[in-house]
Design a protein around this ligand. Structure first.
Ligand code: XMP
Length: 509
């Protein structure tokens, strides 16, 4: 495995992505990781990440310099390189201005980490401080106009440094450079596959859980489904899944999920139909944040009441993914943990004294999908677009009731039907219908109508932090519009949302 020390760069997750694309396992850890933990992880190599700080700034992140006595190869990237040079006796100076953007890398010696890289090649710079003298044993391998020490090495100790970011796609040969580090320098093997992951995870779950019961909340999404499959593989009937039907899901979704888990996968599932309770609590509420809070609260109440019926339950399974873990452990974490907090069972573990079982907490979304396929989950579930915890309640704008949910559900079914048939489903991050709280005049047959408006939202995105409205073909939009107006009673107008995020958000509420 490769240990990545997180100095706070926005590109850190990309380093992990690239390493895993080479089928080498890696873990990102904060700089205050103890030497004991590092020894226990026994990494083949250590990558010191970039970061926004200057090494001279007070409180700038530092890792125990004793890592340089472990006889393990180290690659320092940007801030990580400056940290290494400083720690080993070289000189780093604050530069007057930051260098940011593409630069041309001229390679003097294509060896070590630069083996097989043509010169010149493009690299992506983003740094403030710069190195002015190397520690003993180091030499420069490549330069840019502004950086005489763009790539450095001490081959005897197997220490390497890069002033630029090899993990971003703008560094043309970055992946090859990282691969050189992993294979030629650290001696890693390409052994990280979803099969090997599943094998290890099953063993760990068994060790953790023993013969005790485990409960897990199924949401209908891919993460909780894959977590359930993995835990089921490890402890079989000790696992009980709880599915809270809040009445805010899409057409047929609740039914299909129950069938899939009970009949096909033979997993214990307790399904609670709580739609009446949710709708009652939501009656007359128009404010989006109040809707979210109510849904979160009722979900917790229903889930807890059901969980208490499972005697002796000491463990709660959850489909937490790696980006959430990284963000919550990083001092520079983003807002996504907050966005998602309401729909998992936040306070429950403490209240019921449950221990968490989180078998996916070191995986990225695409890895979870691959794992799902490897565990026999079918493609429709594995490739399901993200769906918000509060469900259709935040897509019926204004107060929610059963009849408005029914209208939206019918429109959404038509939309997804057409999106799937056109081959766009997997190209889009999300595509859905929104029911607006205003009516408009129309004409149907010979009579005037005064009915609802449905908005269509379809976006492309990589991570939901930013999104662009999808340029769907006009023919497809036309089919969606006429089918919704013809087939869904109560709708006489369809509009297409052409706003990007930011400044808009993906959901309307
Ligand atoms: P926005 O609307 O903020 O959405 O651009 C970004 C992503 O998050 C989803 N989303 C939610 N997911 N609970 C969730 O579990 C929520 O309250 C919630 N609000 C938005 C949204 O569908 C998109 O994928």
């Amino acid at each position: 495995m490769i240990l990545i020390i997180d100095f706070g760069s926005q590109f850190n997750q990309l380093i992990a992505r690239r390493v895993r694309e080479c089928r080498v396992y890696c873990q990102i850890e904060p700089p205050d990781i103890s030497m004991d933990k590092i020894r226990a992880l026994a990494p083949e190599g250590i990558i010191l990440s970039g970061g926004p700080a200057s090494i001279y700034a007070t409180g700038s992140p530092k890792v125990d310099p004793a890592i340089f006595s472990l006889n393990i190869p180290v690659l320092g990237i940007c801030y990580g390189m400056q940290f290494m040079v400083h720690a080993l006796g070289g000189r780093v100076e604050a530069a007057e201005k930051r260098e940011y953007g593409p630069a041309t890398l001229s390679i003097a010696r294509a060896e070590g980490i630069l083996e097989g890289i043509p010169s010149p090649t493009t690299c992506w710079m983003s740094h403030g401080d710069r190195i002015t003298a190397l520690p003993e044993g180091f030499a420069a391998l490549a330069t840019t106009v502004n950086s005489p020490y763009a790539v450095i090495q001490d081959p005897a100790r197997r220490y390497y440094g890069m002033q630029f970011h090899p993990e971003v796609v703008h560094t043309a040969k970055g992946k090859k450079m990282l691969a050189n580090f992993l294979f030629a320098i650290c001696g890693c093997r390409r052994s990280w596959t979803m099969k090997s992951f599943a094998r290890d995870a099953v063993r760990q779950i068994r060790d953790q859980v023993g013969d005790k019961p485990v409960i897990l909340g199924l949401s209908g999404g891919v993460d909780s489904a894959v977590a359930a499959l993995l835990i089921h593989r490890a402890v079989g009937s000790q696992l009980t899944c709880i599915f809270v039907d809040n009445g805010l899901l899409r057409q047929e979704e609740a039914k299909q999920l129950r069938k899939k888990f009970k009949q096909h996968l033979k997993i214990n599932i307790r399904s609670v139909n709580a739609s009446g309770r949710f709708l009652k609590a939501l009656a007359g509420v128009a404010d989006p944040e109040r809707k979210r809070k109510i849904i979160g609260r009722v979900f917790m109440e229903v889930f807890e009441a059901e969980a208490k019926k499972i005697e002796g339950a000491r463990f709660l399974g959850q489909g937490t993914l790696y980006p959430d873990v990284i963000e919550s452990q990083s001092a520079f974490g983003g807002p996504s943990a907050v966005i998602k907090s309401h729909h998992n069972v936040g306070g429950l573990p403490k209240r019921m004294r449950l221990q968490l079982v989180e078998p996916l907490k070191y995986l990225f979304k695409d890895e979870v999908r691959r794992l799902g396929l490897a565990l026999g989950l079918d493609e429709t579930l594995v490739w399901r677009q993200p769906f918000p915890g509060p469900g259709l309640a935040i897509r019926v704008i204004g107060p929610v009731n059963r009849s408005r949910l029914d209208i939206l559900r019918a429109a959404d079914t038509v939309l997804l039907d057409e999106i799937r048939a056109s081959g766009y489903y997997r190209k889009l991050w999300q595509s859905f219908a929104v029911l607006l709280p205003i009516k408009s005049v129309g004409i149907m047959g010979d009579s005037r109508t005064y009915e609802n408006i449905v908005a269509i939202r379809a976006v492309t995105s990589k991570d939901a932090m930013t999104a662009d409205w999808a340029r769907l073909p006009h023919g497809l939009l036309g089919r969606i519009s006429s089918r919704i107006i013809n087939e869904v009673r109560g709708v006489n107008r369809v509009v297409y949302d052409i706003s990007s995020k930011p400044p808009s958000t993906i959901e309307w509420e």
